[in-house]
Design a protein around this ligand. Structure first.
Ligand SMILES: [Zn+2]
Length: 339
């Protein structure tokens, strides 16, 4: 596998990946497990877009997406807009559909790189509480090297490994296992940090202790987690990769935590400060779509927003073509290539 990337259709030459969205969901169930018995037929009403986006409504019509055809149509729009690859991080707890992703990739022409491992504690199978680091590690290694979730499909990246606040023992075991899987498979590791500004640094210390390769480890959701340059620069100096993956969320009111969510313009300015400090090789971006209301067919921005709006805006704000290519092509390619 060394020197190759692994999509749901098999190993590929990383040079063919093209512009890559590093953190998305195409087929998922982000409805909390206790509320999944609710009927999920139909989608959210686009007339209620604002309520959905500001947390006024939260239900399975919006947070459960099992329609392979819809996913394929949305992914095809991204290919049409110039995108090449979607990294799909629906893993244990979010109800992955690997065979669905194979169909979506074939129908849309998008490369899809699938994640593996387990999401946050509250979403995990209660039986996981009894499992050891070794058991989780072997499962992730197998998901990359053999097959995932009872299918023939293999993962191409480890994560998004979930952490909540307070960080639980189960989550620490899964992350320790993910580091072993990173070392064993040569895949990159991507981590959903807890919603607390100090947690990314706790992750760095944990990862260093367990011997992770920080240059091949991504801390996700920086947009909703870090709000000051001291913490940001300290993280960047550790060598870890930083991901702004909530592009397209243009309003202050984030339902999942008491923060001021930045908009795209603020994301672009923050990333600029990091580039000016020499961290261009450590930055990736995405939309992290896990609500149907953000899909194009429900009136949302879809998976084309970065290609259509964000990259041109970066150009207007002084980003060079080389810098944009580093963020969209070179950095993802390096991360998705097995070492
Ligand atoms: Zn996440």
């Amino acid at each position: 596998m060394t020197g190759k990337a692994q999509t749901v259709l098999g190993l590929v030459d990383p040079a063919t990946l093209g512009q890559t969205l590093m953190h998305e969901h195409l087929i998922w169930d982000a409805t909390p497990p206790a509320r999944r018995d609710v009927s999920t037929t139909g989608g959210p009403d686009p007339c209620e877009y604002w309520k959905f986006m500001t947390g006024g409504i939260a239900d399975a019509r919006n947070t459960t997406q099992r329609d392979r055809g819809l996913a394929a149509r949305e992914a095809a729009r991204m290919v049409e807009a110039g995108g090449g690859t979607i990294v799909e991080l629906t893993i244990g707890g979010l109800v992955p559909d690997p065979e669905g992703l194979v169909e979506v990739s074939r129908e849309s022409g998008a490369h899809i790189v699938m994640g593996c491992g387990h999401y946050v504690d509250d979403y995990q199978d209660p039986n996981n509480n009894k499992r050891t680091i070794e058991s989780f590690a072997q499962e992730m290694i197998d998901q990359v090297q053999l097959c995932a979730w009872g299918t023939q499909v293999r993962a191409g990246i480890i994560g998004e490994i979930g952490c909540q606040w307070p960080w639980t023992d189960l989550e620490k075991r899964v992350l320790a296992a993910a580091v072993i899987a990173q070392q064993e498979t040569g895949a990159a590791l991507t981590i959903h940090p807890a919603r607390h500004a100090d947690h990314p640094w706790m992750l760095v210390e944990f990862l260093q202790e367990y011997g992770a390769d920080l240059s091949r480890t991504i801390i996700d959701h920086i947009d909703r987690t870090i709000f000051d340059d001291d913490r940001l620069f300290r993280l960047a100096d550790s060598g870890v990769v930083l991901e702004w993956d909530l592009f397209g969320q243009e309003n202050t009111y984030y339902a999942a935590a008491d923060i001021d969510m930045p908009n795209d313009g603020m994301r672009i300015r923050t990333i600029r400060r990091l580039i000016d400090r020499g961290h261009l090789g450590q930055i990736v971006i995405s939309h992290d779509i896990w609500e149907k209301i953000r899909l194009a067919e429900f009136g949302g921005h879809g998976y084309t927003h970065i290609q259509k709006k964000v990259l041109p805006h970066m150009g207007k704000r002084g980003y060079s073509e080389d810098e944009i290519n580093a963020i969209m092509i070179d950095n993802p390619r390096r991360l998705l290539t097995f070492v």
